[in-house]
Design a protein around this ligand. Structure first.
Ligand SMILES: *Cc1c(COP(=O)(O)O)cnc(C)c1O
Length: 463
């Protein structure tokens, strides 16, 4: 299986190189040259199988002969053994034909764990083979940093340096990063915003002298291995409610569009998905794109679902590439123009292609709070604000072809203030994470200054 860039100016590479590179050298995103597929019988055979088994089937289709099958099996076994639920991604019913898929039973209580736990094993396996140590540099608005630290702590071939905006993430989110005691983890509280952190990471990646000294890598949501890992739970949850004999609809709380795009991937592989409702908060760039055919950046507004406070959804480039029939020249033109002018007018044919599968719905803060309360009253389930955006979109999207599965992307206890404000109930952390509050924290405090942080990364990589 070869991987090509959406912008067409980079050579095709194998799976391992696509994963280690993250972004393609021409600024595009890697996608497989052709989509691997499962037959309907193969999909039906996933019913009742362990999650790790389905994950290994999906991953090996994308890795081809680059990873030995026994290594793939071992990685998937290990990655999903870290989850606190035997089903890994269990379903909870919330109405006669609607279910919530709980993606938050991993070590940092957010759906990022599903991909990150697998990515950590994949990196360690590949880098050990190349006798190489890489340093992951990531900026986090909350969940990615915790998931990366939990996944990569103590690994022999990877160091993690996570930058977070001081005072702008919840205490639980911070503690998932800062209480790791392993020497290969370094957390930095940056005196600035998430955007400052992202700009510093970008500057570090563009600094050739730093890159000669430090083998830097990223694990953000454009990494294709994350998309592969996320397509797995579409298969496991769909077959649990009757696929492939009946098509399934998904509601996906969305920010960078990685999670929803993984649903598109599952469908390309043969899973009968009737519709994917892309649910956003007030940061509605995706909802507007699917409604109006205009992908246009807006100002970022802070909401109670901060992991989705994003106004430029990096994975949208992959869908655009597909929708313009893989015209890389057109994709490069559109996204270069977007970087400069902040908008793309989606060609009518591409818009029609997207509309066959995707519907966009934006949900207000008030509706999000109301949905947390209504869900508690109707089902006894406490849901977090991100999940509430998905459930609200389900209520609003009208006649969906059932069954409908809402992806629940975080545990309610990760956002206790918003949940308590909406429902008057304070969610408890699961028992196995309660020691989080007692463990000592360890992090550096630095100004939002690229040079200071680059020096810190350099020193860390020499340890
Ligand atoms: C990252 C995240 C999302 C958004 O997922 P995308 O793949 O970026 O669309 C939603 N909810 C939570 C809790 C997250 O951490």
């Amino acid at each position: 299986m070869r991987y090509v860039s959406t912008r067409g100016q980079a050579p095709a590479v194998g799976f391992v190189d696509a994963v280690l590179a993250g972004l393609a050298p021409d600024g595009g995103l890697y996608v497989p040259e052709t989509w691997p597929t499962f037959t309907q019988d193969e999909i039906a055979a996933f019913r009742g199988k362990p999650y790790a088994h389905v994950a290994a089937e999906v991953l090996s289709r994308f890795a081809g002969d680059e990873l030995p099958r026994d290594a793939v099996d071992a990685m998937c076994e290990e990655a999903y053994a870290t989850f606190a639920h035997a089903a890994v991604v269990p379903l909870v019913q919330i109405s006669p034909d609607a279910f919530v898929a709980e993606l938050f039973h991993g070590p940092s209580l957010a759906f990022k764990d599903v991909a990150m736990q697998l990515l950590a094993r994949l990196y360690d396996h590949v880098l050990a083979g190349q006798n190489r140590v890489q340093t992951i540099l990531c900026a986090t608005s909350g969940d990615t940093g915790g998931a990366a630290v939990e996944a990569f702590r103590g690994r022999a071939h990877v160091r993690v340096c996570a930058l977070f905006p001081e005072g702008r993430i919840s205490e639980v989110q911070r503690r998932f990063m800062t209480t790791a005691s392993e020497a290969n983890v370094r957390c930095v509280a940056v005196q600035g915003t998430f955007d400052d952190c992202q700009a510093i990471v970008k500057a570090a990646f563009q600094d050739q002298s730093l890159r000669q000294a430090v083998d830097l890598t990223g694990v953000n949501s454009i990494n294709f291995a994350r998309i592969v890992a996320q397509s797995v739970y579409y298969f496991t949850t769909a077959v649990a409610v009757g696929a492939p004999d009946r098509p399934v609809t998904y509601c996906v709380p969305s920010g960078n569009f990685g999670d929803a795009f993984a649903g598109y991937v599952a469908r390309q592989m043969g899973l009968p998905i009737a519709r994917i409702v892309v649910a956003t908060n007030a940061n509605d760039i995706l909802a507007r794109a699917f409604q109006d055919g205009r992908y246009a950046r807006g100002d970022v507004t802070a909401t109670q679902s901060p992991a989705m406070d994003i106004q430029s959804a990096s994975n949208f480039e992959r869908l655009y590439f597909e929708a313009v029939r893989r015209e890389s020249v057109e994709t490069a033109r559109a996204f270069t123009a977007f970087a400069e002018a902040g908008h793309i007018d989606i060609p009518p044919q591409a818009q029609a292609y997207m509309a066959e599968l995707f519907t966009g719905v934006a949900v207000s803060e008030e509706e999000t709070s109301r949905t947390m309360l209504a869900t508690l009253n109707e089902t006894g389930e406490l849901i977090d604000p991100h999940t509430a955006v998905g459930v609200a979109a389900l209520r609003r999207a009208g006649d969906l072809q059932g069954p409908v599965i809402v992806l629940s992307t975080a545990h309610a206890a990760k956002f206790p203030d918003a949940v308590a404000a909406a429902t008057a109930v304070t969610p408890d952390l699961p028992r196995w994470t309660q020691s989080l509050a007692d463990r000592p924290e360890r992090f550096d405090r630095l100004p939002a200054d690229a040079d200071a942080i680059k020096a810190c990364v350099r020193a860390f990589a020499e340890t």
